[in-house]
Design a protein around this ligand. Structure first.
Ligand SMILES: Cc1cc2nc3c(=O)[nH]c(=O)nc-3n(C[C@H](O)[C@H](O)[C@H](O)COP(=O)(O)O)c2cc1C
Length: 108
């Protein structure tokens, strides 16, 4: 399939993640998020740009209604706009130095 227009991807989890203990949440999110990121990398390889967003989840139920997603059975994980980029003049994002974030052996 070839995508010629912009389109959002909404990666979804089967079942509701709400209220699950963190050990089960991590299994769900740890599966869907790398898959989504792999999709974004594969899109980039094909000349498409994308961006990971989650703010629409504030209105997840409304989005489910609009899209016909069964809200009680399916958890939306993100919304990833996908489109051809305007040019390829990308530059590195401003990031905190890794040394300020990485802890070795112990947290403190
Ligand atoms: C978990 C997560 C959720 C995000 N949700 C949103 C969002 O809802 N809206 C938004 O504009 N950017 C969101 N972002 C930020 C964008 O994905 C992206 O990082 C941002 O536009 C800056 O781009 P850069 O990372 O290339 O600097 C989110 C990032 C992460 C990691």
């Amino acid at each position: 399939m070839q995508i010629n227009c912009s389109a959002p991807l909404i990666p979804c989890i089967e079942g509701r993640a709400d209220g699950l203990p963190s050990v089960l949440q991590s299994v769900l999110w740890g599966s869907i998020l790398p898959a989504t990121w792999n999709f974004m990398l594969a899109a980039r390889l094909r000349g498409l740009g994308s961006c990971f967003t989650t703010l629409h989840l504030l209105f997840e139920q409304r989005a489910a209604e609009v899209l016909g997603i069964p809200f009680d059975q399916i958890t939306q994980a993100a919304l990833v706009p996908v489109a051809h980029t305007q040019g390829t003049d990308f530059k590195a994002a401003n990031r905190q130095p890794a040394d300020s974030l990485v802890h070795w052996d112990r947290w403190t």
